[in-house]
Design a protein around this ligand. Sequence first.
Ligand SMILES: [Zn+2]
Length: 238
Amino acid sequence: MSTVDRIIADLNYLEAAWPNLVTLKLPGTARAWVERPRPHTITAPVEPDQLGLAGVPRPAPADVDVLDLLWQIATVADDLARTVCEVVDLGPDFLPDAPASVDPRPWLAVVIAWMPQAHRDDDRTAPWVAQQLRTPVAAAARLLGDIRDGQALNAICPWCAGRSTDGTTGCRTLQVHHPSARADDEDPDELIVCFGTNCGPPSSACGQRWHGHPAWPRREWDWLASQLTAPATESRTA
Ligand SMILES: [Zn+2]
């Protein structure tokens, strides 16, 4: 996945996560669904009259983390949209009328639309944008309980004992992986992939490979979880 593709995936994620994050701020909203990792679950959109001035949800019950993150996403969306438009020489007419603090999604959409061209025009764009997105994307995933691409599992693979390239065992070699979801992709399911050296579970334990590595689709995660061993408690230095 190229940096630009990853950025667009992150921007789409923030766009989809926004209504959920706003919902977290509304009094009386059940939070039970947050506890389980359900990537990209979208709840009902928030009605405009549920929002306070400037679209910021009323702070009751106060949740500083969520308020801070909503503000951070709005600020980043505004900043990225203006910068990307400047790089591709588009005037401010291309920016949304309503401020990003009301709803950052149209601003994120501008970035999604112009990001590839902006990076072609100036190759410093993607690294900078990726850097700006890192904190809000990680914070949103944490608050929503989502699983993000590349996340390492806090467990040891029993088939390779978590073997790294230098032969050390006990490493966290299992990672969540989202294969690039294309329209013609028949199985865009997330995978857990073991990147351990020479990891070779028997076919009864793993029927799928991803680029030569053993891989388990989501429907097998409960079973996989029951097979894994806990990492050693002492910290391991590479
Ligand atoms: Zn393994």
